[in-house]
Design a binder for this molecule. Sequence first.
Ligand code: ATP
Ligand code: MG
Length: 392
Amino acid sequence: MNEIFLLKLGEIVLKGANRKQFENRLKANVARRMHPFGDFKVSILQSTVYVEPQNDQCDVDGAWEACHTIFGVVSLCRCRPCEKDLDAIYAAILAYLGDDLAAASSFKVESKRSDKRFPLNSIQISQHIGGMLAEAFPHVAVDVHNPEYTVYVEVRDFAAYVHGPAEPGAGGLPTGVGGRAAVLLSGGIDSPVAGYMIAKRGVELECIHFFSYPYTSELAKDKVLELARRMTRYCGRMSVNVVGFTEIQEAIRDHCPEEYFTIIMRRFMMRISERIARDHGCGCLVTGENLGQVASQTMQAMAVTHAVVHLPVFHPLIGMDKEEIVTIARKIDTLETSILPYEDCCTVFTPKHPKTKPKLAAVETVESRLDVEGLIERALQNTEIVKVRYHG
Ligand code: ATP
Ligand code: MG
């Protein structure tokens, strides 16, 4: 084939003894992600993943776009492979990059030679090819300091590759090298972003959603499933555990003072989530909490909320401003679903004056009016697991 992708690895290059495991995982992830786009050969060599379409039926543009959402890839380029020979390299540049080069006002050539048997070093390659191109494109000035366009030549083990500027990859670590996390997914803007940020560190996700039918509608549930579906673009396949939460919310409403509704509800969410997390081999819980955003997200309220679980609770958005969160939501394409106007169980029975500085002992006293264990057991039995497949 006359075009291939080179995906450059980021931090995983640094990981010493784990490197092989990381590379194998990344290779498997790339192969799985390429599958819907046709027959691609995926191999890994010298900290670079090679993705080669095997026939003309491959959807090369679709595959290229998907490569931008694979964690563990720091940058990527579409290249033309050619023989390791100056004339062949020159011809490949003319055919593959000629139009881009002709449209630029200035250019330079940057070369890399990982095959040390190649007779010229990288500076010599750049000089040679640069000279040939300067003659072919007399109107495009050579500017080695601040060129508008850079032609890249890489002389590697099996071939040479020419390409234009690389594009940024998704960064992070390959999905699966960092274990599993259970994300509490509401229908809001924050929690999908929190899930994405943890997934970026190489973590597979299991989602948990608390659903209070009929106070929250089927449409609200569909919205959360759609959010999860959108997250798969970066985070990979996952399941959403939809927990029936109505009985718990009604019990809290019927037996607890109003100002404690939210905090006690959140303690139930944490307890149930911890049990689901353990059942699915997850090592932590993740929420979209953000300091000071609402009454339940003060330090004191979070301390009381998290006091009921032993697993670590991560909240990657804790110190971010809303605008920063929205920027990521837009980038990962969850924003437009998040802002659909369906209610969340958090907005059912919302107290007018929630306690912003709840005391643990007082909350525990109020909570002791409830059959906590029984409520949790029944909610767990009333949990539906929905598998969410990747969608482009
Ligand atoms: P989000 O935008 O993610 O809904 P938020 O700012 O609205 O967050 P809260 O509603 O207080 O904040 O919820 C804080 C966190 O608790 C959420 O980010 C999410 O992790 C979790 N959460 C809230 N409601 C639910 C729910 N119905 N199901 C699962 N998790 C939830
Ligand atoms: Mg919310």
